[in-house]
Design a protein. Structure first.
Length: 107
């Protein structure tokens, strides 16, 4: 678990969701909340990065996870691997995430 500032800095160059998420449905990922979830339409994808998805926890939306797509020989999808996560613990964390997402959506 990282701080919100560290989490956002480690994402790199995020973009709006442009990929077809059907490939990910049905696969599990380890969430920052400590549980394993199945990726489905109930999982909110906040943004994407290079072979990464930033996911909101379906049980407790204070937790966000950077899930990396595992690729086999760069051609075949091999599942989701959780990289790191953060928890929105206070109004400052919420403001940082809001500012970050506004920049992604507007930029």
């Amino acid at each position: 678990m990282t701080t919100m500032f560290e989490f956002l800095a480690l994402i790199g160059k995020p973009t709006r969701n442009r990929i077809d998420l059907n490939t990910y449905y049905g696969h599990t990922f380890r969430c920052a909340c400590g549980y394993t979830h199945i990726f489905d339409t109930n999982i909110e994808v906040l943004c994407e990065g290079y072979w990464r998805l930033i996911l909101s926890c379906p049980v407790d939306n204070r937790f966000i996870t950077n899930a990396r797509a595992r690729m086999i020989l760069i051609q075949e999808y091999g599942g989701l691997a959780a990289g790191y996560g953060a928890c929105i613990n206070n109004p400052t964390d919420q403001a940082e995430l809001h500012t970050f997402m506004a920049a992604v959506l507007n930029g």
